[in-house]
Design a binder for this molecule. Structure first.
Ligand SMILES: Cc1ncc(COP(=O)(O)O)c(C=O)c1O
Length: 507
């Protein structure tokens, strides 16, 4: 993608107030080779912290007051004719207190229509969906097929459903090079099934990355109430993982190391090179939740292992490094459901757990339209590869452009989510609000999902975003960050110099 002249933004950002910035290289503790991130983060002063605590106290008091005097609260106002909800939303943690003055009225596509309180509808770039590979908009043939499924195969016990189900299972297993695959009714469900199934029949300990998704920890707790067989290691910190492995060595029959294929709050992948070395030394089972990495990273969409090997030609890991994968079909694939795929030796444990759940009335099959959608997406490898190449290019371009302005974006090269650093949660809420004014919809992410002082606004890219969307998106983030003083001085100077050079080039 060509670089664009950012003259107007450069002018805009020179007017902002410069905030104290410190270098904080989050990768320095990692022992594995991976792309170096340029990280800058503002350090909250004692005064900042006191101010934040004061705001928090004030908002909590107002919420409390409203709760005990509901008659004094302002009445709810209907915001949109098309939705019967509207609210004042109050988010004490973010110091956000006000009318939720906009409402999504369009589909979750690369751009969305939002209706303002005054009734005007505007189109914004939608960076809040998980439509990474751009498969949410079904083509007419697939839409027809899905309609047919809904009409003819609505029930799980319809005769053709098991056939469809086993076709979806083989498509997924074949795609991932797994010996088996089972599906669950949600992505959450895949972890609820996998952990109890693997932890039930032996003396097992799970060592999980502390940033793993809630559904994974819930799966572990369901397997063994209490924390006795669960240990956590610092996010992507191989040295810490090794300490844990030494701690449990020889004390358990089975050790499971649980990671995610792509951490959606950090946009980084697990250090598979170093994990491979540890696996050879300590012989554990590697379980990976590929909810965000399936069909979003790797040349052909096969997730973190493929991504790792694409990016580390000199330190390849074997294709069978991951023993068992869980994932959701509700993100890149665009259905509703989850899957568990892995090596043959785990099949009977997973199968009997699913069978037991179904007998108890707790496990449901996948909707038939999701089975069709899965088979449709996996049946188009060339299109997937083309879209993922575009997605990775787009991510690199955005990361490069935002870095020019001193805006810190977490994560690894080419990953499709861009978590833009804001620091304290208040700023995450404000940046999300401000960029919405510049026609970009992006989610604020705050504690407890991320550490308190590391709030961020997450931009999810989609292969369906056009070049124009990408320009608008960068423009909105740069302007919004500048308005809030989140760009650093070095970045602004560099951006101004580069802009002068690129202007000179184009003459
Ligand atoms: C890593 C991870 N696992 C599992 C899930 C659950 O998936 P679903 O929402 O489809 O149930 C999510 C959802 O956000 C996720 O991010």
């Amino acid at each position: 993608m060509p670089r664009r002249d950012k003259g107007p933004e450069a002018k805009h950002v020179t007017t902002i107030q410069i905030r104290e910035i410190r270098d904080q290289d989050a990768t320095s503790q990692l022992t594995h080779a991976r792309p170096k991130r340029s990280t800058t983060a503002s350090r909250p002063s004692a005064f900042d912290k006191a101010k934040e605590a004061g705001r928090l106290g004030l908002v909590r008091t107002r919420v409390f007051w409203r709760d005990i005097h509901p008659d004094q609260a302002e009445p709810h106002i209907l915001l949109s004719p098309s939705a019967n909800y509207c609210h004042r939303y109050v988010e004490p943690l973010c110091f956000w207190w006000g009318k939720n003055s906009r409402l999504l009225v369009g589909q979750s596509l690369p751009s969305a229509d939002i209706e303002d309180l005054d009734g005007t509808v505007s189109t914004v770039v939608n960076a809040t969906s998980h439509n990474y590979a751009g498969f949410y908009k079904a083509d007419p043939r697939s839409a027809e097929l899905q309609q047919l499924c809904l009409e003819r195969l609505p029930l799980a016990d319809a005769e053709a459903v098991p056939l469809l189900e086993s076709a979806a299972h083989s498509a997924l297993a074949g795609f991932l090079g797994a010996d088996f695959c089972y599906t669950t009714s949600t992505g959450y469900g895949s972890n609820y099934v996998a952990f109890p199934a693997l932890m039930s029949d032996s003396k097992t300990v799970v060592i999980a990355d502390k940033n793993c998704h809630n559904s994974m920890f819930t799966g572990m707790y369901l397997a063994q109430p209490g924390h006795s067989r669960l240990l956590k290691f610092a996010h992507n910190d191989v040295a810490d993982l090794e300490r844990r492995l030494i701690e449990v060595d020889g004390r358990y029959d089975r050790v499971i190391v649980a990671v995610e294929g792509l951490y959606s709050m950090e946009a980084d992948v697990p250090p598979l090179g170093a994990m491979h070395r540890l696996k050879e030394l300590y012989n554990f089972i590697l379980l990976c939740d590929e909810a965000h990495s399936l069909l979003s990273i790797g040349t052909t969409g096969r997730g973190c292992l493929e991504y790792w090997n694409d990016n580390h030609p000199d330190a390849q890991v074997p294709s069978d490094l991951i023993d068992i994968r869980t994932a959701t079909l509700s993100k890149a694939i665009g259905g509703i459901g989850g899957m568990i795929a892995g090596k043959a030796k785990f099949e009977s444990a997973i199968r009997s757990h699913i069978t037991q759940l179904r007998q108890d009335g707790g496990g449901e099959t996948l909707g038939s339209s999701t089975m069709v959608q899965t088979a449709w997406v996996l049946g188009q490898p060339t299109l997937v590869a083309r879209r993922l190449r575009r997605l990775a290019d787009m991510s690199r371009f955005c990361r490069g452009e935002l870095a020019r302005f001193g805006i810190h974006v977490w994560g690894d090269d080419g990953t499709p989510m861009l978590p833009v650093y804001t620091g304290r949660p208040t700023y995450a809420a404000r940046l999300s609000y401000v960029v919405r004014g510049y026609r970009l919809l992006a989610s604020p992410i705050v504690a407890p999902a991320v550490p308190y002082w590391e709030g961020r606004v997450r931009i999810n890219l989609s292969a369906e975003h056009t070049n124009e969307d990408v320009d608008k998106l960068i423009d909105a983030v740069v302007k919004g960050s500048a308005d809030l003083g989140l760009c650093n001085s070095k970045g602004i100077k560099e951006a101004a110099i580069q802009t002068t050079f690129s202007a000179a080039w184009s003459l």
